[in-house]
Structure formats: structure tokens, C-alpha cells
Design a protein. Structure first.
Length: 69
């Protein structure tokens, strides 16, 4: 499965790398929303995919924080 592989990659990263990836995903989401508002976005399902990826990244960050405590 594609998401399982993505989750494994996320869990292998450090907290700093996860934060960088989170920032990049949020920027991508902003750009996708901007394109959607100006009717330039062809693949609108990408917005949903990026939102889910942001949630996955945040979940992994939270799990790592709980383990560290």
C-alpha cells in the first residue's frame, strides 16, 4: 500500500525533518488552494491528499513526542 510505505518513511525521519516536511506540505496546500480559487487547478483531489498527509505528519510528530517523555 502506498500510505503504509509513506508512513514508514515518516517514522524513520527525525523531528526536524518532520517539521520541514510539515512546512513544505502546508505551503503546497496553500498553493493548491490559491490555484483552486483562481480556477487553475485541474486535480482537485490533490487538496484532500495533501491535507491527509499533513495530518499523518502531525500524528507521527505527536507519537515521537510522547515516546520522548
Amino acid at each position: 500500500m502506498k500510505t503504509n510505505k509513506y508512513l514508514e518513511e515518516l517514522k524513520a525521519k527525525t523531528a526536524a525533518e518532520l517539521n520541514d516536511e510539515l512546512v513544505a506540505a502546508k505551503k503546497e496546500l496553500f498553493n493548491l488552494r490559491f490555484q483552486n480559487a483562481t480556477n487553475q487547478l485541474d486535480n482537485t483531489s490533490r487538496i484532500k491528499e495533501v491535507r491527509k498527509n499533513i495530518a499523518r505528519i502531525q500524528t507521527v510528530i505527536t507519537e515521537k513526542a510522547k515516546v520522548a517523555n
